[in-house]
Design a protein around this ligand. Sequence first.
Ligand code: URA
Length: 267
Amino acid sequence: MGATLDKLDSKLDSKLDSKAARQSIETDLLLGTADLPIRQAVLKPFVQPEVVRLEIAPRETRSEVSEQSRMLDELRHRHDLECPHCTSARTHTQTVFGEGNPNADIFFVGEAPGETEDRVGRPFVGRAGQKLDEMIRSIGLRREDCYIANVLKSRPPENRIPLPIEIQRCGPYLEQQLLIVNPKVIVTLGGPATKLLLKVETGITKLRGIWAEWAPQAQSQRASIALMPTYHPAYLLRNYTLQTRQEVWSDLKAVAQFLAQSTSQSV
Ligand code: URA
């Protein structure tokens, strides 16, 4: 038995050499659970953290969903024709409009495409994207259940923070995407998305974890949508402490509970 454990230990040691592998294992086991040392966590059988498994009830009929899909395609086309902020983001290779279920209950908003997203043409497919996928799985959802988009639709040069003028020009396309998908909840990932949608200048560390509402433009006469700000997965990766992971997990749990409640109320 001792020998078997030793073998397993050395296997794990080599696996844990890679920072990404270690973070992934830690996230699986630790997002929201107690402070388990890595070795102990890995040797323990995997126990799914207590999360509400979400059954997403179809909200719209098939024809309404295909209409949402058509409207998103049209918006993408319009964006790519007008592409207003691209004058200041010239180094990108293509635009990254967003993707997912056109009728999603949950809409994640990031900042701007990075290098991988610019190459692939899809949002959140690099390292931060893998972390976002884990965050989504941690609340019992699949990536394809959600809609995922960014404030900016093209990669800023050298991945710099979006300029206010770029946000001002590109932000309205995000707002249109939100109106078309009309989710039950928006999760903003990081400062730029949160500031844009809440029209505030407060930093994400003060806003995260506090329920807010995104109010569409007055003339649209649409009800506001619940919004949960949380850290950007890239920030989480850069500050991979137990505290930041627990904070993100607590935000995600609140979102899962909100969705579970609103689903049970609508059946
Ligand atoms: N970071 C973002 O904000 N969006 C992406 O799509 C990828 C990384």
